[in-house]
Design a binder for this molecule. Structure first.
Ligand code: NAP
Length: 495
């Protein structure tokens, strides 16, 4: 029986939209993009807390084939990213193929009909191909602090910000000091009466060289696109150098990594007056173990009289405050959870996916190590492109990953069609070789060669493996996306 769709895509963020654009290029235009939220944009739809901005310069943090000359700052505010997503969806005619408010329960490979059956609570859809673009940071995490439910004031997670929520005159706590808190803390401090920031692990913060992009420069980017391309090339090359030399080749180039931490420490010294607070804000793990952040405002905030840093562990939460293990209670009326996302328990994969022979992808990854050939495909999962796979995230800008995966998809599906076939499946051999290669390469990285013991980094999974980032240059990822051996896949024809 022929399936309803050429492809079913799960997720309407930049990953799912990139997949849709590539499917159209391949002539597979009969696809549907399923999205649990009520609009497109993924992270940039869900997140709208005060201070939200991209922290990879916007010339790089965008599709290379769809530059936006009108970013108002080097690091665009979150709302501009959401608008950009809407623009792209309009230009590439994606919106009419999106279904919002649609929670996917799971997907199962139908061996008899050689297609995917996707279940959405009561309804099923079928597609030749299944593409999941469910994001890495998309399952919000609230730690199970004892007593959290008894808190009588306002509780708000940064991923569920209410735009009309007034912070003025509040006695607030922000729990967490990741990239989100680094953006939110300075904004919240401007409004609240008292702010206590609960830090478990300090984060490396380096200066953010941000500025408005004046209208004449925007016009230049629009009229002479090569100028924006050049800016992208320069910025992307700098990020690439930081990642490849400072993080992935830590073993061979330790001094480069050290320069980054020295810079961050100098930034901290220049910005925070109190010695004890400076010490508390200093990380004791190598730069790059955990995703570093960029801010000119975060550290300064701790000089303000209404802001306090709390580094004792949280013991429990009461109706009107947070009690730390030293017995001290911080009285608050507002509890802000900047506690991030659960990646490894519930996000790999984000939905149940059952492949050939009834194999459950989540169980396979947990029992046999997290793995995916080129960060895209998995043996026993035919016609399945997993855009948020282990070892897929390449470089610092998510768009680098998306575009490499679009290229891989393009090459793979064109070859499938060229052979007159309709199914593909990566071979066990090719997948095992890729896993061996990335495992070997990680040995040189800061993750295994550096001191990451106290980092509590989401780059590591529950088995202590740094299975999120692809440990190669992005140049390598893009080269392999267009040159991987075609016989790394087996091909077949649908019944
Ligand atoms: P995160 O980096 O995972 O930070 C979560 C914070 O919550 C950490 O400080 C963590 O402490 C703390 N936390 C978690 N459980 C806790 C507990 N039981 N007790 C005390 N503290 C606890 O999450 P995030 O800040 O939302 O950022 C996630 C990622 O989103 C970033 O790394 C970045 O990739 C992305 N992001 C990007 C931008 C952008 O501008 N592009 C902006 C925001 C976020 P520990 O460190 O001790 O675990």
């Amino acid at each position: 029986m022929a399936p309803q769709f050429d492809a079913v895509v799960v997720g309407a963020g930049f990953g799912g939209m990139g997949a849709g654009i590539e499917l159209d290029r391949l002539g597979l235009s009969n696809f549907v993009i399923l999205e649990r939220e009520n609009d497109l944009g993924g992270t940039w739809h869900v997140n709208h807390y005060p201070g939200l901005a991209v922290d990879i310069a916007s010339v790089t943090y965008s599709y290379s084939f769809e530059p936006n000359p009108y970013w108002t700052r080097l690091f665009a505010p979150g709302a501009e990213l959401k608008k950009y997503a809407e623009f792209v969806a309009g230009k590439y005619d994606l919106r009419r193929r999106m279904r919002f408010g649609t929670v996917v329960d799971g997907a199962r490979w139908d061996e008899e009909n050689q297609h995917w059956v996707v279940s959405l609570g009561g309804e099923t859809l079928t597609g030749h191909y299944l593409l999941t673009a469910t994001g890495f940071l998309s399952q919000p995490y609230t730690p199970p602090f004892p007593g959290i439910d008894s808190f009588a004031g306002k509780t708000i997670h940064t991923t569920a910000w209410e735009d009309d929520f007034d912070l003025n005159d509040r006695k607030a706590a922000i729990i967490g000091t990741g990239a989100t808190a680094v953006q939110l803390v300075p904004e919240a401090a401007k409004k609240v009466r008292e702010l206590t920031v609960f830090q478990r692990t300090p984060i490396w913060v380096v200066p953010k060289i941000d500025t408005a992009i004046p209208a004449p420069v925007q016009k230049l980017f629009a009229r002479v696109p090569i100028t924006q391309k050049a800016a992208r090339l320069v910025n992307t090359s700098m990020l690439e150098a930081l990642m490849v030399v400072g993080v992935l080749h830590f073993k061979q180039a330790k001094p480069v990594n050290k320069v980054a931490s020295v810079l961050a420490k100098a930034h901290l010294r220049a910005q925070v007056h109190d010695k004890e607070t400076r010490e508390q804000l200093t990380p004791h793990y190598d730069f790059g173990c955990k995703r570093p952040t960029f801010s000119n405002q975060y550290f300064k905030t701790f000089n303000l009289p209404n802001v306090r840093l709390e580094t004792n562990s949280i013991d429990h939460i009461e109706a009107d405050g947070i009690v730390t293990t030293d017995g001290h209670k911080t009285e608050i009326d507002t509890l802000i959870l900047a506690t991030g996302f659960n990646l490894w328990d519930v996000n790999f994969p984000a939905i149940e996916i059952i492949g050939r022979d009834g194999i459950d992808l989540g169980k396979f990854w947990r029992d046999k190590r997290f793995q995916a050939y080129e960060g895209v495909t998995v043996p026993k999962f035919p016609n399945f492109i997993c855009l948020n796979s282990p070892y897929s995230y390449s470089g610092l800008s998510y768009f680098t990953t998306i575009e490499a995966q679009m290229k891989h998809m393009g090459r793979l599906l064109k070859e499938t069609f060229r052979r007159g076939e309709t199914t593909f499946e990566v071979t066990e051999r090719a997948n095992a070789q890729f896993l061996d290669r990335v495992t070997d390469k990680l040995g040189s990285s800061v993750f295994y060669g550096g001191d990451c013991a106290t980092a509590r980094s989401y780059y590591f999974n529950q088995h202590g493996e740094a299975a999120l980032l692809r440990p190669t240059s992005t140049i390598n990822a893009h080269r392999e996306a267009v040159s991987f051996p075609l016989d790394d896949y087996s091909y077949g024809t649908s019944a």
